[in-house]
Ligand binder design. Structure first.
Ligand code: SF4
Length: 387
């Protein structure tokens, strides 16, 4: 939230330069009425502030802004997110497709269930139809999105996420299917089997671990143990020898002792994540953990985050080293032409790869052999006999 406030403040100069510019702030954060009000008061140059519940009203808010009126609108109560609104896509390489909205899990640190409402799955036929349209527009890679994609279909009859993967995988012209995010408690054997058997489903799972301590996982209300987490990792690797796993980790959750933190480090050591998004716990008003009495002091959190990041950096490098000399297919996302042109894109399992190439390769699938390992990526050269 602090960062959002800072970024909005930084837009003031732009607004002064272009007084006709319409600025709107909306989403989960502004679904919290007090935050929306604070933001509206603090930044008089922002035209529109509204919460997730009123997304479908955006066109009328813009009309009001054009007529010189400011809008602050937050509708509390049942969150309903319209799911068939037109999408604007900024990437021409990978299109994001929502498959479910909201979340029923109530992790004790997370505001999402309160601001995005109960879990709701889109109809599979409408998802497939959207993806077919995307392929016609030229996309060959899509990412299925949800707070917890693995529980897709829990609110529908006779379908689940594995079934959706099957249906989507049959769309002609679709080369890569990704998905985010997977809750470990819902990653079923059926999903693992679908990933392993469907040729266009990418071998990458973003599987937030959050903590390696069973006591902290219980207090977070995550509903799995470190042992169960390790079992899923083993099953994924047995099913797909090239699978990569990335994760999210929180340090300094209320009540986290040195021993709990050591268990987190131990789990990271054991799993060997390709990459991790790491966070210091920060209390969110309205969540259960914000009221826990045993908050961890800021300097302790900061130090644990430093230790954690050092360890993950070493593990990422170790993970990258196994690719030295290996060859794989990169879907080229872009090309940096400021100096000698360097293209970049990902292997199917999400490894980022850089290699010399030209703008004409953007959007292509090319085979690259890895020659060097960097901290967070690989670099190599295109192979002679390409695709
Ligand atoms: Fe849901 Fe993820 Fe938030 Fe937990 S952390 S409540 S699974 S969105």
């Amino acid at each position: 939230e602090k960062r959002v406030f800072g970024n909005i403040g930084a837009l003031k100069d732009l607004k002064d330069e272009k007084p006709g510019l319409i600025l709107g702030v909306f989403g989960c954060m502004t679904q919290q009425k007090d935050v929306a009000q604070k933001l509206f008061r603090r930044f008089p140059f922002v035209n529109i502030v509204f919460g997730t519940n009123l997304l479908s009203k955006l066109p009328s808010f813009v009309e009001h802004a054009e007529a010189g009126e400011r809008t602050l609108a937050v509708e509390e109560g049942n969150i309903v997110i319209e799911d068939e609104l037109p999408s604007a896509r900024t990437s021409t390489i990978n299109a994001f497709v929502n498959i479910n909205y909201g979340c029923d899990n109530y992790c004790t640190y997370c505001i999402v269930p309160y601001v995005r409402g109960r879990e709701r799955s889109r109809n599979p036929a409408s998802i497939v139809a959207e993806i077919e349209r995307l392929v016609q527009e030229g996309y060959s890679e899509i990412t299925l999105l949800g707070q917890n994609v693995n529980s897709y279909g829990n609110d529908l009859e006779g379908t689940d996420f594995a079934d959706l993967l099957q249906r989507v995988s049959h769309v002609k012209g679709l080369d890569r299917i990704r998905f985010m995010t997977s809750h470990p408690k819902d990653l079923s054997d059926r999903v693992i089997a679908a990933m392993a058997s469907l040729p266009n489903v990418c071998h990458h799972v973003h599987l937030p671990m959050q903590s390696g301590s069973n006591e902290i996982l219980r207090r977070m209300n995550r509903k799995y143990t470190r042992e169960q987490y390790l079992t899923i990792v083993k099953e994924l690797r047995e099913a797909m020898d090239d699978v990569e796993i990335t994760t999210d980790i929180i340090v300094g959750f209320p009540g986290e002792t040195e021993q709990d933190f050591a268990e987190t480090l131990d789990l990271i050591e054991q799993v060997g994540f390709a990459a991790a998004f790491t966070f210091k716990y920060s209390p969110r008003k309205g969540t259960r953990a914000a009221d826990y009495p045993d908050q961890v002091p800021e300097p302790v959190k900061r130090e644990r985050l430093r230790v954690l990041n050092d360890l993950q950096e070493r593990k990422s490098r170790e993970n990258n080293e196994k690719y030295l000399g290996a060859s794989g297919v990169v879907h080229v996302e872009d090309c940096d032409t400021r100096n000698e042109p360097v293209c970049y894109g990902k292997f199917s399992n999400f490894k980022m790869v850089y290699f010399p190439g030209g703008l004409e390769l953007i959007g292509q699938y090319v085979r690259v052999r890895v020659k060097q390992v960097r901290k967070n990526s690989l670099s190599g050269e295109m192979e002679e006999n390409n695709l």
